[in-house]
Ligand binder design. Structure first.
Ligand SMILES: [Zn+2]
Length: 707
């Protein structure tokens, strides 16, 4: 676990979220505070979008006006709430964008933007790099002394790329640092392809529509697009860190440690969060599932947030009721917000925060849900549910905080592979990295097996099995890490589209998964992309349970278990075939799933995208012989549970474990426990041998927290 500083509200966790009083007359503030206290809110996030008020640009650019923020801070402090203080740099003042156009981004089409939107400064803008940290520093200097200030929130939901001349210049410096010389860059990028050889760094431009990009993801020179993503991730992290430094340098009056963070997002591909996490004191993220987001996908992203620093995180935003910016903004059903909040907690959240406290009256978020309605009413289902949750969390106190999830199984998540696959033209437009990660995660989730989401360079030695679907990009350190893991006794699963390329998106020679061919005992001679909606039957050596016939789709590697001729003995077979392709295509009978003994461990290769029946069989084979109770950890207390019930356990350093059983599907269900436990929400003892005849019933979106 990296060093994590979690903000708290004394005896309680942070429960609350974004409050935007600058949208309201002062007369409403005190009443809002009364209602928030009534809802057991312990914390508000202030000052997310106030830059234009704080620095009006007149009479000069050095004039700042903190009077309103002072008043808000005073009001919140008197109400006894803690404050998460944002630096307000998430939206640019209009005057600044007019007087200093360099602060505006140039988009993928090459157009310089005007004022508008948010989260859109150019990271290389000299103006932004001066004004943003200056404001952050002034805010820190003014408010760091507050006892109730518990967290610094830099900018907001940072995202996106810029393609301006300043970024092009900064990119060339970044490239020079990475490659040293243009010759080395040419070699790394294989620029002799389509006559792209460069003779000077000056000849290199950002990969936008005016140049080498096919679209925002794909490029004629994939290594260029890949490095631009890395550069933009670093550049955005750079301006985050400028603010962090300003905040730290100006916090000498602080009476306690105030962690610094920014809020991450769901399914977010722009920046590599594993590299970012090192610069955050605590990971924070905003969870906005849609009406059709699978609960397992939300769980996976919570686990990923926990994995970024290897410990608890902040759930910094969720809606108490509905979003407004999704295509279909369904209301959360009665009990669903509570279930989702406990799901976050079960996977490592030590705060439960919302956007927002009071609904906006105007602006594009007027339809976004909030705890208090925009007319100030609290006589709503949403308010009552929020208040009820607040009351429960108050009783729980900080008993869960700091504990973590112990997992014996890991899934490797890799932004670089995601980018590499996105940037490749071919082999199938239907290929989607997140879908492939989801596929394996959801099968483990269904089995109540806790999962750590880790990076490809994480220490894997503590895991019994590691799944690395579509680990497209394998560099030397990764290859060494994976080889060490399997040699030491680990079970590693890779799939088609794994270990295709090195860190510069240059294909490894010798057939995937080279350079790990010896670990898996196979090499892919060809890869077929199936027509949309078609599949290939899979024939397993063992019987497959269930009524669905096992099949593969999307891609089919035609792998060989012999050693390639250039390696010497062309007939030496090292891998065992677990399944072959059926059907009548020319590769019927060829291996589709294999396992290879390597060192003390095993390397599994899954050559296609398995359907649910095939996947269940593969995962069973991977976990075969491992102690189910050990794999499930604290979840093993749940003997059986209806489909759709999620089980997850957090364990404290002293061994105290809390097991969460949550109906995420909203269908209700039944659960049987192997031994009696106390439900900490009700204080009742439930389950156990006497109850074994009649299982416990969970109502729709019901939650049990078992100790
Ligand atoms: Zn720029």
């Amino acid at each position: 676990m990296q060093n994590i500083t979690m903000p708290t509200a004394g005896e309680s966790i942070l429960f609350g979220g974004d409050y935007n009083p600058e949208q309201w007359p002062r007369e409403t503030w005190d009443e809002d505070m009364r209602l928030l206290k009534q809802a057991h809110v312990t914390s508000v996030t202030l000052n997310v979008f106030s830059w234009a008020l704080l620095q009006p640009g007149t009479p000069d650019e050095e004039t700042y006006d903190f009077s309103m923020l002072d008043d808000i801070v005073d009001t919140v402090t008197k109400a006894g709430l803690t404050i998460v203080m944002a630096t307000s740099t998430g939206a640019l003042p209009a005057w600044m964008t007019l007087r200093h156009p360099d602060i505006n981004r140039v988009d993928f089409q090459g157009r310089r933007h005007r004022h508008g939107g948010r989260h859109n400064p150019c990271p290389s803008s000299p103006t932004y790099r001066e004004f943003a940290p200056k404001l952050a520093g002034l805010i820190a200097k003014r408010y760091a002394h507050l006892d109730n200030l518990v967290c610094w929130h830099i900018s907001n939901e940072m995202s996106g790329y810029c393609y301006c001349d300043n970024c092009a210049a900064a990119f060339r410096v970044w490239l020079k640092n990475r490659y040293g010389s243009v010759e080395a860059l040419n070699a790394a990028w294989t620029t002799n392809f389509w006559g792209h050889t460069y003779h000077s760094f000056k000849e290199i431009f950002p990969p936008n529509e005016l140049g080498d990009a096919v679209d925002e993801n794909r490029s004629l020179l994939p290594a260029l697009t890949l490095d631009y993503r890395r550069f933009m991730s670093d550049a955005a992290r750079g301006i985050y860190n400028l603010e962090v430094s300003a905040v730290r340098e100006n916090s000498s009056t602080a009476t306690h440690t105030i962690p610094v963070t920014t809020n991450f997002m769901l399914d977010f591909k722009d920046y590599d969060y594993f590299t970012w996490a090192k610069d955050l004191d605590v990971v924070a993220w905003d969870c906005y599932p849609s009406y059709d987001t699978a609960p397992s996908h939300i769980a996976m992203w919570h686990d990923l947030m926990r994995g970024l620093k290897g410990g608890p995180f902040m759930l910094m935003e969720q809606t108490p009721s509905r979003a407004n910016w999704q295509p279909f903004n369904s209301m959360k059903k009665p009990g669903q917000m509570r279930a989702q909040s406990y799901q976050a907690m079960a996977h490592g959240a030590d705060t439960i925060q919302f956007f927002q406290m009071r609904r906006s009256q105007a602006g594009c978020e007027k339809f976004h849900g909030a705890v208090i309605e925009n007319d100030g009413t609290s006589d709503t289902r949403v308010f009552r549910e929020t208040a009820a949750l607040g009351e429960e969390l108050k009783k729980l106190g900080t008993s869960v905080a700091g504990s973590t999830v112990h997992a014996r199984v890991a899934v490797i998540f890799d932004w670089q592979s995601w980018w590499g696959m996105l940037g490749s033209v071919g082999p199938s437009v239907s290929l989607d990295y997140l879908t492939e990660i989801d596929r394996y995660y959801s099968e483990l989730y269904r089995r109540h097996i806790p999962v750590d989401m880790v990076s490809k360079t994480s220490d894997l030695s503590g895991y019994d099995a590691v799944f690395a679907p579509c680990l497209y990009m394998v560099d030397e350190p990764t290859a060494a890490n994976l080889r060490t893991y399997v040699r030491g006794g680990g079970r590693l699963v890779v799939t088609t589209m794994s270990s295709i390329a090195n860190e510069n998106d240059r294909c490894h020679l010798g057939g995937a998964p080279s350079p790990l061919r010896d670990v898996f005992g196979v090499w892919a001679e060809e890869t077929d992309a199936l027509a949309p909606g078609t599949s290939v039957p899979l024939e397993f050596a063992e019987d497959v349970a269930g009524s669905v016939a096992p099949a593969g789709s999307l891609l089919c590697d035609i792998v060989r278990t012999d050693t390639p001729a250039e390696a010497g003995d062309s007939t030496q077979s090292t891998a065992t075939i677990l399944a072959t392709y059926g059907g009548d295509d020319y590769y019927a009978g060829a291996p589709a799933v294999t396992v290879n003994e390597f060192g003390k461990g095993q390397g599994f290769y899954v050559a296609t995208m398995p359907n649910s029946a095939a996947l269940a069989t593969v995962v069973s084979a991977v976990l075969s012989g491992l102690d189910a109770a050990v794999l499930e950890g604290g979840n093993a207390v749940v003997e059986s549970a209806s489909e759709g019930l999620e089980v997850s356990t957090r364990t404290a350093d002293d061994g105290t474990a809390l097991t969460f059983v949550i109906d995420m599907a909203g269908k209700g269900g039944e659960v049987r426990l192997s031994e009696p436990r106390t439900d900490v929400l009700t204080g009742r003892t439930i389950g156990g041998p006497t109850a074994s005849e009649s299982p416990l019933t969970l109502e729709k979106f019901g939650v049990l927290i078992l100790q």
